[in-house]
Design a protein around this ligand. Structure first.
Ligand SMILES: Cc1cc2nc3c(=O)[nH]c(=O)nc-3n(C[C@H](O)[C@H](O)[C@H](O)COP(=O)(O)OP(=O)(O)OC[C@H]3O[C@@H](n4cnc5c(N)ncnc54)[C@H](O)[C@@H]3O)c2cc1C
Length: 378
């Protein structure tokens, strides 16, 4: 490393907190810390030019859960815990909107719809039986009754249905606009953000953490890992693993009827309209061997499965052509609950946001910032 005195003194040392990871969790943590402690020196170190996990690669659903997802979650969590997690997602979206505004996030409240095809009839019946129970629960926690059952065969150009369960309190936002707003907000509060700096390891002593990076040694009083599942080997007790999600966006479709965010099969398949196109992603459950990975990339099998779904399930008179395909990596755990914790005296982790980080990311940042803050003298 060819580091100057000025670089070392000004940029590499004397931080109060180094946040590793420039996704939703890292940026939210950094900006909440700065709000609590304006005099603190806070830096975010991100290995990629922007963010290389999920935060700039996700589908932008501002959603708090589909009924088949809840029914599936009840296998690992109590009913009350499932409701409490969904309520947290709702509150997280509320915080996100309050922080940045619908306009900045390009958020449209055009509804969330879980679709059930003819082959999903038994799941539809099972989910319909839960609708009142979940509406009653959300009436208690949020004062809303979100879910409405529609027994229809066609909905917004989607054909061969047995029904739809709609939630009018959900919508879609623009992921790029969201991350841009978070970065700008953090920078405007005085957070330093460095991209292209990969953290290789750390050594924590009583008063200091030395952080080894591709750009030399950085020093701070505390370090927070907001690296999703990318540092799972450092924190084995947190039981994090990586799942890849592939996404495609079509070219513009002239007679597109879709207007909203759509879920299918426990949230494993999802699609929405965006700028006159369809974005579709997921299906990782069909490819557990290849998609249990932290490596970015697309495979012919998953892209074909996503394209087939579009061609066979969504009716358009124009041909559906793919414009762009990409992937993102989810950090998941034994259930959908994220981790906000202190793992050593000066070391903190905010991770495992799974497939719901757009919704809960701001809350995770707030909670992690609170935990770090409380480790400093008042
Ligand atoms: C395809 C897809 C669709 C999704 N759709 C939705 C949705 O519609 N709604 C929703 O609520 N959620 C959705 N999610 C989930 C959501 O995007 C994630 O939960 C959220 O982005 C996680 O944020 P994070 O900051 O924890 O992790 P990340 O965004 O993964 O950020 C972690 C960062 O750490 C960096 N990093 C890793 N290792 C190092 C290192 N050694 N040094 C420095 N930096 C490092 C990575 O480059 C990365 O930028 C989706 C996810 C995917 C993949």
């Amino acid at each position: 490393m060819n580091t100057s005195y000025w670089e070392r003194e000004t940029f590499l040392e004397s931080y109060d907190i180094i946040v590793v990871g420039g996704g939703i969790a890292g940026l939210s943590t950094a900006l909440e810390l700065k709000k609590n402690r304006p005099d603190f020196r806070v830096v975010v170190l991100e290995r990629s030019w922007l963010s290389d996990g999920a935060s700039s690669k996700n589908a932008g659903f501002a959603c708090f859960g589909s009924i088949s997802e809840f029914v599936d979650d009840i296998k690992d969590m109590s009913f009350d815990d499932v409701v409490s997690l969904a309520t947290r997602r709702f509150r997280g979206i509320e915080k996100l909107v309050k922080e940045y505004s619908e306009e900045v996030l390009k958020l449209e409240w055009n509804g969330g719809h879980e679709v059930f095809f003819q082959e999903d009839e038994s799941s539809f019946k099972e989910c319909c039986a839960f609708v009142d129970r979940f509406n009653d629960a959300f009436e208690r926690t949020l004062n809303i009754r979100p879910y409405t059952v529609l027994t229809v065969q066609e909905f917004q150009g989607i054909t061969n249905l047995v029904g739809v369960i709609s939630n009018k309190y959900e919508g879609g936002l623009n992921t790029g606009a969201m991350l841009n707003a978070m970065r700008n907000s953090a920078l405007s509060l005085g957070v330093h953000i460095f991209n292209g700096v990969e953290v290789k390891g750390y050594a924590s002593s009583e008063n200091e953490v030395k952080v080894e990076t591709t750009n030399g040694i950085w020093k701070a009083k505390r370090i927070a890992f907001c690296t999703s599942s990318f540092h799972s080997e450092l924190f084995e007790d947190l039981q994090m693993s990586s799942k890849r999600n592939q996404v495609v966006v079509t070219k513009p479709i002239a007679d597109l009827k879709l207007n909203g965010t759509f879920h299918h099969h426990k949230g494993f398949n999802y699609f929405r309209n965006i700028d006159g196109r369809i974005l579709i992603g997921g299906m990782r459950h069909q490819f557990p061997n290849t998609e249990s990975t932290s490596a970015q990339g697309n495979t012919d099998e998953v892209v074909s499965a996503l394209t087939n779904f579009l061609q066979h399930k969504i009716h358009t008179t124009s041909e559906i052509e793919i414009d762009i395909a990409w992937s993102g990596i989810l950090g998941v755990g034994k259930d959908e609950r994220s981790v906000v914790t202190q793992v050593e005296e000066n070391v903190f982790v905010g991770a495992r946001l799974g497939g719901i980080g757009v919704a809960i990311g701001s809350l995770v940042g707030q909670e992690l910032a609170g935990l770090i803050d409380s480790s400093f003298p008042k």
